[in-house]
Write a protein that binds this ligand. Structure first.
Ligand code: SDX
Length: 389
């Protein structure tokens, strides 16, 4: 029971029971959102359409999608006090993900009706606000962490192109390249949108089960994602590849991993005991990006690392394959994102998955999560006075 929640319906009613949102077949490397294979969604859909699918359970009609995009676009701005009073208050070298976690929580103080979670229309408004504001908050955290002025949303742009515009205020001529990058980033957003009951989503459901508001619940989920064993792995992969430095050093690095010196970051998964289907798609997307940005020089080391590991019994016997984080950082770095932004890029789309689980939990009308533990400590004993110890 060490790593699993002690589940006894009589006691726990945890927030981790059944769900109709995402299906993972770990042995066969299959991932579906509401029954649709991730490969089809990555190829044919967009992040906002997938966010709608995750939250409402069906692909939107044209009218539904137009209303959804209108509502999201209407809420991309953040309150000026979030910008001036809050984000600017951080230390100059604050980590953008630490800023983002705090900013998401702070939003709960700007929308008092966020606690009226029994009202379905109100839940919709909070859902739209959080999805819409994530790129604006993310870009603002980056701009403040590098000492650059805030860039307001340009609502004439699509969701992901608007984010790139807020990140870098792209000059017009680069928009063609920018749209190619926006399309690739939108695909990455689709791949990161939800993943069943991972650490961050379980945290979302746990906090939300107490009827806390969605901003506070999402801030907790983002805090879990901040961990290097979870969403922080893509940042750790780049640091690992930089430390390896050359394909000539790959074999000796792998021997170090097999000796237990360190983990092969971006490899392994609690559920996938096969190739993470997202990693396969991200690897294909890398070609699209590198055609615009030029190849990331670390790619050759990553490819060699994968080749060596997939042929090695240590990894094969433990069913360790590349996961979603192994190649994503290479793309983000080629696009110009600093490594400190990589987990922030994970959080932007994962917000729609967290909110889909929040909506499902609210509609399941579940009790508060209250996992139990098996007590394995000392048996009953009497108090001993300080002088007698
Ligand atoms: C994400 O849950 C989700 O869905 C998360 C996520 C999502 O979309 O939300 O998919 C995103 O978090 C992906 C994972 C990103 N993390 C990393 O890439 C960090 C490196 N990976 C490891 O920390 C590890 O693989 C975990 C934590 C991801 C999963 O570990 P498990 O399933 O708990 O496996 P384990 O710890 O029981 O390991 C089994 C064996 C052990 O060896 P032995 O004790 O049997 O000798 O495999 C070894 C481990 O030491 N092992 C690794 C390894 N991962 C596991 N050895 C080297 N390198 C690794 N990466």
């Amino acid at each position: 029971l060490g790593n699993t929640w002690f589940y006894d319906p009589a006691y726990t009613q945890t927030a981790a029971t059944s769900s109709a949102i995402t299906e993972i077949d770990g042995e066969n490397g299959i991932l579906r959102y509401r029954g649709y294979p991730i490969e089809e969604l990555a190829e044919k859909s967009s992040y906002l359409e997938v966010a709608y699918l995750l939250i409402f359970g069906e692909l939107p009609t044209e009218d539904q999608f137009a209303e959804w995009v209108h509502d999201i676009t209407y809420h991309t701005f953040i309150h000026e006090n979030v910008r001036k009073r809050f984000l600017e208050g951080f230390h100059h070298d604050a980590h953008p993900m630490g800023m983002l976690v705090s900013a998401i929580a702070a939003l709960s103080t700007f929308y008092p009706n966020a606690k009226e979670i029994d009202d379905e229309d109100n839940r919709y408004r909070q859902t739209v606000r959080l999805i819409a504001k994530m790129p604006t908050l993310a870009a603002a955290c980056h701009r403040f962490s590098v000492g650059q002025p805030f860039v307001y949303p340009d609502n004439s742009l699509g969701f992901t192109a608007n984010f790139l515009s807020m990140m870098w205020k792209i000059a017009e001529p680069r928009y063609d390249a920018n749209y190619a990058l926006a399309h690739a980033l939108d695909t990455l957003f689709i791949l990161h949108a939800d993943h069943e009951l991972n650490c961050g989503t379980a945290t979302m459901r746990m906090i939300a089960s107490s009827n806390s508001d969605p901003y506070s619940s999402a801030a907790g989920a983002a805090a879990a994602l901040y961990g290097p064993r979870h969403g922080g792995a893509n940042e750790a992969v780049i640091r690992m590849l930089n430390r390896i430095g050359s394909i000539d050093n790959v074999n000796s690095f792998v021997e170090g991993v097999k000796n237990g010196d360190e983990k092969l970051m971006g490899f392994g998964h609690r559920v996938y005991k096969n190739y993470d289907p997202r990693a396969r798609i991200i690897k294909q997307t890398a070609d699209e990006v590198f055609a615009v940005t030029g190849k990331n020089p670390l790619l050759d080391i990553a490819l060699k690392l994968e080749e060596v590991a997939l042929e090695d019994d240590y990894f094969k016997s433990r069913k360790l394959y590349p996961n979603v984080d192994f190649y994503s950082g290479l793309i983000y770095q080629a696009m110009g994102f600093p490594t400190e932004m990589f987990t922030v890029l994970f959080a932007i789309p994962r917000m729609s998955g967290w909110l889909a689980h929040w909506k499902e939990l609210m509609e399941q009308d579940q009790k508060i999560a209250r996992p139990r533990q098996l007590y394995v400590g000392a048996g009953e004993r009497s108090f001993v006075e300080l002088g007698d110890r």
